[in-house]
Design a protein around this ligand. Structure first.
Ligand SMILES: Nc1ncnc2c1ncn2[C@@H]1O[C@H](COP(=O)(O)OP(=O)(O)OP(=O)(O)O)[C@@H](O)[C@H]1O
Length: 320
């Protein structure tokens, strides 16, 4: 058997499909393998396994493995708001679940340095998040949506003192986590127009932004500021979502409007950005969010408004 044939024979069958070429000269075996579909840690493991298997072949004194990884086109959509507490994290989690339900490979980056909450929203188990060296390993939620979170990088309550360079470093770690096949990252921004927003726009070239607001005037003024910032940076505003838009009393069935009604839609028209839809204020949304059960994971009526917004985001991305 020639050495080249012996090397091919030594490659485990389950890895053989990824090996594009094998050559052998003066004791040096050179393998080229396709790691384009693999995340960083899986690619490193492929390399180790190939090296181990081929090093055992008679006559081989050195193994060189070259991994080809075609750069994957991964797009980024930011979810922002002017004001805090308007439901940005809730919308991010449910949009991600709804888009995954439509067949997209979506990851969530929880970049809310002041109140990271995706662990609660997407993970009922409360499992610990992991890292391999400097590379964060996204946590696989039960809903087909992996996520990483600022909560992995900062101690609770310490973020207030964070400034530009620290924010940039932490954000880069989240964005460059081992995202594997994810084709879309949804980024849950902190409220407002601070360092995280600026760094996102300068360093990561988002494909677009969704802005959440309640129908209240104050929230809308702040949302308009966020939209202005995205526009200045030439980030397309995919549209505005009105959250907490009307409350249906579960006892008497009467509809009331604690935060007013239609404000976000009117503001979107005035500013000239699309209006993506309305999410009602509903006890089931709050309870589902607090227990790691995003409503968009179910077919029920309460998940539908999220699915409708997700369909528009998919359309914007050319996937709908
Ligand atoms: N449509 C809704 N109906 C009922 N409760 C909601 C709705 N949207 C959000 N909530 C609840 O409101 C609270 C704030 O929501 P969320 O954390 O998503 O807001 P946020 O804008 O991300 O806040 P933060 O400023 O902390 O980042 C949470 O308790 C959430 O469960």
């Amino acid at each position: 058997m020639s050495s080249q044939t012996a090397i091919r024979a030594a490659i485990p069958a389950e890895l053989a499909g990824m090996v594009r070429s094998v050559s052998f000269k003066d004791g040096v075996a050179t393998l080229v393998a396709d790691a384009g579909a693999l995340g960083r840690s899986a690619a490193a493991q492929l390399q180790r396994e190939l090296e181990g298997a081929v090093a055992a072949v008679d006559g081989v004194t050195e193994v060189r493995v070259a991994l080809m990884a075609e750069k994957r086109e991964r797009r980024i959509v930011m979810v922002g708001s002017g004001k805090g507490g308007v439901g940005k994290s809730t919308l991010t989690a449910n949009l991600a679940v709804a888009l995954a339900g439509m067949g997209m490979k979506v990851g969530v980056v929880d970049a809310d340095i002041y109140g990271p909450s995706q662990s609660m929203l997407l993970d009922a188990t409360g499992s610990k998040l992991r890292a391999e060296g400097q590379t964060l390993i996204p946590h696989q939620s039960d809903f087909g949506v992996p996520f990483v979170s600022m909560a992995q990088l900062i101690e609770p309550g310490k973020a207030i003192a964070w400034r530009g360079p620290m924010v940039g470093k932490a954000l880069a770690q989240l964005m460059e986590a081992d995202w594997g096949e994810a084709e879309l990252l949804l980024v849950d921004l902190p409220p407002g127009t601070g360092d995280v927003q600026l760094t996102m726009m300068q360093q990561f070239k988002p494909a677009g932004a969704v802005v959440v607001s309640t129908p209240q005037d104050l929230a809308l003024i702040d949302a308009t500021r966020a939209i202005d910032l995205f526009r200045q940076a030439k980030i397309p505003v995919i549209g505005v979502v009105e959250n907490m838009a009307g409350y249906l009393c579960p006892h008497c069935g009467e509809a009331s409007q604690p935060f007013g009604q239609g404000g976000a839609e009117a503001a979107a028209h005035t500013i000239g950005v699309p209006f993506l839809g309305r999410i009602p204020l509903a006890m089931e949304i709050r309870v589902g969010s607090d227990t790691g059960q995003p409503p968009a994971a179910n077919d029920g009526a309460i998940g539908r408004p999220f699915t409708q917004v997700a369909a528009q985001v998919a359309r914007f991305l050319g996937q709908g």
